[in-house]
Design a protein around this ligand. Structure first.
Ligand code: FE
Length: 339
């Protein structure tokens, strides 16, 4: 990257008001440039290890996922990005649907990452897994009373449920999985049941859902597991526990953080190498534990803290469905009054 292009990209960056630029070191020609909505502390240790292993340098900048997608669209063929990295299959699918990725299907990726965590057309690959499951008050709920996402729609949870807002991509992807597993009619009834069981207006964040349970406002909620991990790290005695939903049926709804090689990558070979490396045993052990997530590579054990939450069956819906069904999910939640 020469100074001129760096300056011009900085201008675009500020126009888009992307929150933070982390990086951009002096690059050599074979370096790989990554745009990432994952924060610097979650990617830097990985890129450093990759460079140590391969000698290939990685330049990166971080920002909000939506702004980076707009930037990639705007830059088109002149982009410096070889790879785009973000969270949630809904976002990865959207980037793919906008023509921002190219197909990369290698034997290494196929053998390292199960197919349901990858785009069927090879546009993106899941690299870490987050489970979205039930969290409950150990003071007021017996785990025997819990079972499924669907059961949270039943009358016994009236006034006891807290949920995150339907505006968040995590909620959209979960709703998409309910539509996938049940069809639209039944999914609509489930979402209606959730809404009528709410103790309060849907929360802005998963951490707010857990704080509401701790404050006694509600007894059960749904959260991504790493947010539970963060809360317990700060407050080890919090009377909260995770419950693995749908173990006798479809399994826990999981999602990914992931990445794809950009359509206009100038270093396709380097970016493909980085993607493969990120799926490897070495990278996966680091990747999962940095954010208390699960490795996407199923041959790698989770770190100790995450493993202590117990093992569980994952829903193996191909995660591209989270994107394909997203518009239906949004509409259904709107119709059913899920704010
Ligand atoms: Fe998150």
């Amino acid at each position: 990257m020469n100074i001129k292009t760096l300056v011009s990209s900085t201008v675009v960056f500020s126009i888009l008001t992307v929150s933070s630029i982390a990086a951009v070191q002096a690059a050599s020609d074979d370096s790989v440039t990554v745009y990432s909505s994952r924060k610097e502390h979650l990617i830097k240790p990985l890129f450093e290890a990759f460079t140590k292993d391969t000698g290939i340098k990685v330049e990166y900048l971080t920002g909000k996922g939506g702004a980076l997608i707009e930037r990639l669209k705007l830059e088109g063929a002149s982009t410096q990005a070889d790879m785009f990295m973000t969270v949630d299959a809904g976002n990865l699918w959207y980037a793919g649907s906008q023509g921002l990725f190219q197909t990369v299907q290698t034997e290494t990726l196929k053998s390292n990452i199960p197919s349901y965590l990858r785009d069927p057309d090879g546009l993106w690959t899941g690299l870490s897994v987050r489970a979205r499951t039930i969290v409950y008050s150990t003071d007021r709920v017996k785990p025997d009373d819990l079972s499924t996402y669907e059961d949270l729609a039943s009358d016994k949870w009236k006034g006891k449920l807290c949920l995150r807002t339907s505006k968040k991509i995590y909620t959209k992807s979960l709703a998409a999985s309910v539509i996938y597993n049940h069809g639209e009619d039944k999914a609509g009834n489930i979402i209606s049941g959730w809404v009528s069981n709410l103790a309060a207006t849907p929360n802005a964040k998963d951490s707010h859902v857990m704080n509401a349970i701790l404050a006694g406002q509600c007894d059960v909620g749904l959260v991504n597991t790493y947010y539970f991990g963060r809360l317990i790290a700060k407050n080890p005695n919090a009377p909260l526990k995770l419950f693995w939903a749908n173990q006798d049926t479809t399994g826990v709804h999981v999602n990914v953080s992931g990445a794809g090689v950009t359509k206009y990558a100038t270093n396709v070979e380097g970016a493909t190498k980085l993607l493969e490396w990120l799926s490897s045993a070495e990278a996966q052990a680091i990747y999962g534990s940095l954010n208390k997530e699960y490795p996407a590579n199923q041959n790698i054990a989770s770190d100790d803290i995450v493993s202590a939450w117990g093992s569980f069956k994952q829903d193996d819906m191909n995660l591209s469905k989270a994107g394909i069904l997203q518009a239906k999910a949004v509409k259904l939640m709107q119709i059913k009054g899920y704010k």
